[in-house]
Design a protein around this ligand. Structure first.
Ligand SMILES: *Cc1c(COP(=O)(O)O)cnc(C)c1O
Length: 339
């Protein structure tokens, strides 16, 4: 395994399934639509952060940590999976919820992920500023200092791109190795990979994994938090860091390889457009596969938009990376209002 020199905690149910979406393929007539089911990584409803946490927690184990801290939006899946990882390790856990999404739905702040954080008994802090990534990270580092005084050895998982080593991306280097193996077993040549791009740990890990394997597959990232220019820069920075971590020449990442489309982002983080709501309903109706309004619904709307615009050839094999997020559906009762 490319990542075998790094310490890893075993938190996920792997490998996740790699499957055809037969009904979506039929409906949209053209490319074959496959799905990599990383919503099925297992731990506390799964999702992509479980793979990332295997390496963050591995790094924390190397430092003899006994407490985890992280920050995210109120409906953050990353926060929920971090709480679950700490619980599985038997560690103390504190999380900070940033008030990023302007919604008045009571369910947004109480149901889905925030409900699960409470169920797992996390210590919860609130951070009222919506868009201050460095400030949110700093508040966690300050809290970690207090925990040290209390005798803990805390490990902080930061969210900003400029800070720290992207250990979590190693989980997506591993995912790509797993996916390429599954594809070759089933004699499927992958022509494109589609994913949602947020903190960029997933996007950077996927690109670094493909570079490590010398696989030339285009990766289409759909922006969920910032515009295409800012996200492209962020993915480039992170991918270079991951390559360096793996001991691979970072110049193997060439500018055209990072693709981030942002038309699905509007009206903003955590808020789905009508195309996104349609994509969620279509995928649920056709395949019984549940997407979410913040990430996977946006990536699916992006993929369907590309199909409609004729961006793929008939019989191309497209892989949609399902990164999870389904518990947050319960924070958005309006998605089924009137049905
Ligand atoms: C966090 C998240 C993403 C984005 O992954 P990053 O590694 O942060 O870019 C995509 N989908 C879901 C469901 C997520 O929770």
């Amino acid at each position: 395994m490319i990542t075998s020199k790094f310490t890893k905690a075993h938190l996920a149910h792997l490998p996740t399934p790699f499957e055809l979406m037969p009904n979506m393929t039929k409906k949209f007539k053209g490319p074959n639509l496959y799905i990599k089911r990383d919503d099925a990584t297992g731990l506390a409803f799964g999702g992509n952060k479980v793979r990332q946490l295997e390496y963050y927690v591995g790094h924390a184990m190397d430092q003899n940590a006994d407490a985890l801290l992280t920050t995210g939006a109120v409906q953050s899946n990353h926060v929920r999976q971090t709480v679950a990882a700490a619980r599985k390790m038997g560690w103390h856990v504190e999380v900070q919820l940033e008030h990023r999404v302007d919604t008045h739905a009571k369910e947004y702040s109480e149901s889905g992920n925030p409900y699960l954080n409470k169920l797992m008994g996390a210590v919860i802090h609130n951070f009222d500023v919506g868009e201050d990534e460095l400030g949110a990270d700093k508040a966690m580092y300050d809290r970690a200092e207090e925990l040290k005084v209390q005798g803990y050895n805390p490990y902080v998982i930061p969210l900003s791109a400029t800070d720290k080593t992207p250990w979590g991306s190693l989980g997506y280097v591993e995912c790509i190795e797993e996916l390429c193996h599954q594809a070759s077993e089933s004699k499927t040549q992958i022509d494109a990979i589609i994913l949602g791009s947020g903190s960029a740990n997933t996007h950077a890990g996927v690109l670094a994994g493909l570079i490590a394997l010398d696989m030339n597959i285009p990766v289409y990232g759909f922006c969920v938090r910032r515009d295409g220019i800012a996200q492209t820069e962020r993915v480039e920075i992170k991918t270079r860091k991951v390559l360096t971590l793996l001991g691979i020449d970072e110049t193997k990442l060439t500018p055209g390889m990072v693709m981030c489309a942002d038309w699905v982002l509007a009206p903003g983080y955590g808020l789905p457009s009508s195309e996104v709501v349609d994509a969620i309903h279509t995928t649920a109706f056709e395949e019984g596969i549940l997407l979410d309004p913040t990430y996977t619904g946006k990536a699916m709307a992006g993929m369907l938009g590309m199909i409609k615009d004729g961006k793929f050839n008939d019989n191309d094999n497209i892989v949609f990376l399902h990164t999870g997020g389904t518990p947050s559906l319960f924070g958005y009762p309006e998605l089924v209002a009137g049905k």
